[in-house]
Write a protein that binds this ligand. Structure first.
Ligand code: ATP
Ligand code: MG
Length: 580
């Protein structure tokens, strides 16, 4: 294990909340509720909490979104602007006959209209679903069908390329809004419609249990599921942003997640705005120099990213970080995949702060297990359960589940009851019901808790490898591999073997300047054997230019495995990179 990173103090700076360590046992949801305003008669609306109440409290002039367009375009949107634009948008929906509970889809990159669409839809009491703009026509269509889309907001290019052909065949779809001044036949241009609409709208009095968002899972393990979330989730977005991301009013915050998946909404829109931060939104995709420049010039204080991006930074090396001043950063966090210990140590060295890993899922709606600012970081660990969250490690038995002891590997489970938990999977009630056994929500991930209460990710239940009587999690092997100087990324699977049951096979990508040859393969295998022991080290290493990943940046081990075994590839609608 790479040593602990100790913290002397810090955490939830300037916050009026109890310290997370003190409140872990005594926590009640009243603490989260007190962070919100609410609406008359027990109503609660995410858009009101994220935008309008700040304006009512005299903070309308604060910048909510500082948008950096591709190239040098820039736009600053204040809370007052956002309140007005979302009201206009809500009026546009109403003018076209959309009603409370209808479903609105957003398909676009990180443009200001995306934020207006998401929040304006919620303000009007409708349900918002984001989609990845990089999706092909088929994944878009199936999701719109499953979600009974009534309206779609997209760009002209995306519409012509991906939607136009089949759009008339979606029976529920009434309205296609196109970002900009003009729209193709049958669609409505958003800019003029907004200009004509009234800037006043009375926020819908949604109730806490009313549906607000539908998020499709990443599809890493199979067909994506549509997780249904309600307005009450905002309670959890408020408090988890404070505790796990250190978001306080005025913080300059940058979440790099794609808006097409849950992180892009929970922590790319709602949580930061509820906590009245100034969000940096960068329209461009990952580009090392641009990212480092943005952190420096925008004076980013809190940065929330993902292992795939962090590994790209590591791949470029320490020297690439040297020209930049990162002293404005005060908290860094990562989600989406296991964060290799090497990445934690590296970031601590080059940024002066480590990336803090946290764990959650589309289903949980918010961060469940986290390394908090105030706590020591054990590189490679996901941290501890958040205040208000009760987690356990369990084993399924023939009659239910049994809790396991510290140090044992089992399924990571949570006691339901936090506000942002999904309420069902769309049209798949049975699949949803199967997630709950003996009062636990079973996550499908395997983990271990150490004696000090830190949780360690082992792998997806489906990805676990059984080799010569050992249970091996791919994460452990991948982390050892990327400690080798030549390795940038690694994906590890088990392949059937007559004597061992399964043997471990690794697919790796290399850092620039290394040649994929036999000598290097031997060197990497030797390194892995030394770190992991012969039983757990990969038997074979294959060099690849890229690893197959979902659009949310997750390595698709099931695809590596299916191809290895010549099995059907299954649902690959979310597949992004894929070259051999
Ligand atoms: P699907 O459920 O469709 O297979 P998915 O599980 O990848 O896709 P998401 O909900 O986007 O869809 O991702 C949640 C999963 O991502 C978690 O269950 C876990 O496997 C992984 N994950 C997220 N954060 C972490 C983390 N910090 N460490 C390890 N794994 C993580
Ligand atoms: Mg999942």
């Amino acid at each position: 294990m790479l040593g602990t990173i100790r913290k002397e103090s810090g955490g939830t700076r300037g916050a009026s909340l109890p310290h997370p360590d003190e409140t872990r046992e005594t926590f009640t949801w009243d603490i989260a509720e007190a962070m919100l305003d609410g609406l008359p008669d027990g109503a609660l609306n995410i858009a009101h909490e994220a935008v309008d109440r700040h304006v009512a409290a005299g903070q309308g002039a604060q910048v909510a979104i500082r948008w950096l367009g591709k190239g040098d375009a820039r736009e600053e949107i204040t809370y007052a602007d956002l309140a007005e634009r979302t009201s206009r948008f809500a009026n546009v929906l109403k003018a076209h006959g959309l009603e409370r509970g209808d479903s609105v889809f957003g398909l676009m990159g990180r443009v200001p209209e995306l934020y207006v669409t998401a929040l304006g839809t919620l303000k009007a009491g409708l349900i918002f679903t984001p989609l990845f703009s990089a999706f092909g026509p088929e994944p878009i269509r199936t999701r719109m069908e499953i979600g009974s889309a009534k309206a779609l907001v997209t760009t002209e290019t995306l519409y012509r390329r991906k939607i136009a052909k089949w759009c008339a065949e979606i029976p529920t779809l009434k309205l296609v809004l196109i970002v900009g001044d003009e729209a193709p036949e049958g669609c409505v241009a958003l800019a003029p419609a907004m200009a004509e609409a009234s800037p006043d709208f009375e926020t819908a009095r949604t109730m806490p249990e009313d549906r607000a968002l539908i998020h499709f899972t990443s599809g890493t393990t199979g067909k994506p599921k549509g997780a249904v979330h309600v307005h009450k989730a905002v309670m959890y977005h408020a408090i988890s942003g404070r505790y796990a991301l250190e978001l306080t009013p005025g913080t300059i915050y940058w979440c790099t997640a794609d808006p097409g998946w849950v992180t892009g909404t929970s922590y790319g829109i709602i949580s930061p705005l509820v906590n009245r931060v100034t969000m940096i939104v960068d329209e461009a995709e990952f580009d090392l120099d641009r990212w480092y420049t943005t952190v420096e010039q925008e004076k980013v204080e809190v940065w929330y990213s993902a292992p795939t991006a962090i590994r790209m930074m590591m791949r470029a090396g320490d020297d690439a970080t040297k020209p930049y001043d990162f002293s404005g950063l005060r908290f860094l966090a990562s989600v989406g995949e296991p964060l290799n210990p090497e990445a934690v140590v590296w970031s601590n060295r080059v940024f002066g702060k480590p990336f803090h890993d946290n764990w959650w899922q589309t289903e949980t709606g918010g961060i469940m297990i986290a390394n908090l600012a105030a706590a020591d970081v054990r590189p490679g660990s996901m941290g501890k359960p958040m205040p208000g969250i009760k987690a356990g490690i369990v084993e399924r038995t023939s009659t239910g589940v049994k809790e396991l002891a510290d140090g044992d590997i089992g399924e990571l489970a949570l006691r339901p009851g936090w506000p942002s938990m999904m309420r069902t999977y769309l049209d798949e009630q049975a699949r949803y019901d199967k997630c709950f056994v003996d009062g636990w929500y079973l996550s499908g991930d395997l983990a271990m808790r150490d004696k000090d209460g830190y949780y360690w990710f082992v792998g997806r239940a489906d990805d676990l490898i059984k080799s010569s009587g050992h249970l091996v999690g791919p994460f452990e092997v991948e982390s050892a591999l990327i400690e080798h100087e030549a390795v940038a990324e690694a994906g590890v699977i088990g392949v059937p073997d007559e004597t061992a049951g399964e043997v471990i096979k690794a697919f790796v990508t290399l850092k620039p300047g290394y040649t994929p040859d036999e000598e290097l393969e031997r060197s990497i295998r030797g390194h892995a054997r030394k770190k992991l022991g012969p039983a757990v080290a990969p038997r074979e290493i294959v060099f690849r230019n890229t690893l197959p990943k979902t659009r949310s940046g997750k390595i698709m081990r099931r695809l590596l495995k299916a191809r290895e075994l010549g099995l059907p590839e299954g649902d690959i609608s979310t597949l992004e990179t894929d070259e051999t």
